[in-house]
Design a protein around this ligand. Structure first.
Ligand SMILES: Cc1cc2nc3c(=O)[nH]c(=O)nc-3n(C[C@H](O)[C@H](O)[C@H](O)COP(=O)(O)O)c2cc1C
Length: 317
């Protein structure tokens, strides 16, 4: 694993410094496309200038290809959506052979979202990626059931989370981000586990388990009954999680959930995030992330800020 994001990025001509660092990774701006909402990145290359983005997290990768959940897979809710895609993906080997060579041509950080249903499955994905170039970091999606432990979710069980992050740390030379589940009693506990077990950053957070049903048919509106809620409606809850985690850990935090506007980005950063990801907004406008980069520059100008980093963790008591 190696990637150009290890070298310092020059100051942009605009004079507004949007550069941020997540540990050893340098991003030209804090806007990253979120996993599962931006394909493998290259599908968007004709309509989005991928070089403008701070980074792209690709669709979750498993050791073997997965067909995903039965339809319907997505439903709109007031101020958001619920998805039950079932982690459909082409598998890590096809990603490396077919997608990564094209992605490498772009000047943006490529982050591989990794998942499995056993610790060994996660490690297999990492091992395949370790043998290739062009991935700047791994993002472990720990909101998955562990089939060897009766389906208990890695992300809500401290012992399982610790075991997984520790094993992933040993398996990977590159930066390791851990994407936390929001449905835990106190997010600080899971964030601390990630820090203790050697993660380089935490990503807060994944979707909120939800059920959207039709009272007349008495059936779920989704093929696989429950799904994950995302979009603007979750933003205030997740901003609180970022704030609470930031009081417990020293690791960089990447915040996401419901970001649509430059001031949403700023809210997450004021709460303590070093960077953000943009997900559901891509379903309204595929260019949402790119638009936010320009919008954030404007926002900084309006706020008389010359560097975005200055607002990180600036929440007033
Ligand atoms: C259709 C869809 C697919 C997703 N797939 C993944 C995935 O493969 N891996 C993952 O870690 N998160 C996945 N997510 C979660 C998003 O990356 C993000 O954490 C969540 O949607 C909250 O951000 P948002 O409100 O900006 O969408 C998915 C979300 C959506 C809407």
């Amino acid at each position: 694993m190696s990637s150009p994001q290890r070298t310092r990025i020059p100051l942009p001509a605009s004079g507004i410094d949007l550069r941020v660092s997540i540990g050893s990774i340098h991003l030209k701006n804090p806007i990253i496309a979120a996993s599962g909402t931006f394909g493998y990145g290259i599908e968007f290359a004709e309509i989005v200038d991928l070089n403008r983005l701070g980074g792209i997290v690709v669709k979750g990768l498993s050791a073997q290809p997965m067909a995903g959940a039965p339809p319907p897979r997505m439903i709109e809710t007031p101020r958001g959506m619920i998805n039950a895609i079932g982690l459909q993906n082409i598998g890590v080997r096809a990603f490396v052979a077919e997608k990564l060579p094209q992605l490498r041509k772009f000047d943006t950080a490529i982050i591989a979202n990794v998942f499995g249903h056993t610790t060994e499955e996660y490690l297999e994905v990492i091992r395949v990626l370790e043998d290739t170039d062009g991935v700047a970091a791994y993002e472990l999606n720990i909101s998955c059931p562990n089939v060897e432990r009766g389906g208990a979710e890695f992300g809500t069980n401290p012992a399982l989370a610790a075991e997984l992050v520790s094993a992933a740390r040993k398996a990977s030379k590159g930066p390791l981000w851990v994407k936390l589940s929001p449905t835990v009693g106190f997010i600080g506990v899971m964030a601390k586990i990630a820090e203790t077990e050697g993660a380089d950053a935490v990503v807060i957070a994944n979707t909120y388990p939800s059920l959207c049903l039709d009272a007349h048919t008495k059936k779920s509106r989704l093929g696989s009954t429950t799904g994950g809620l995302s979009g603007a409606g979750i933003k205030p809850i997740t901003v609180r999680l970022v704030h609470e985690a930031g009081r417990v850990i020293k690791l960089p935090i990447i915040g996401l959930g419901g970001i649509e506007s430059p001031s949403d980005v700023a809210e997450y950063m004021v709460a303590g995030a070093s960077a953000v990801q943009v997900g559901t907004a891509h379903f309204v406008d595929p260019r949402a992330s790119e638009r936010l980069v320009g919008g954030l520059e404007e926002w900084c100008r309006d706020e008389n800020l010359i560097e975005i980093n200055g607002i990180r963790g600036s929440l007033k008591a």
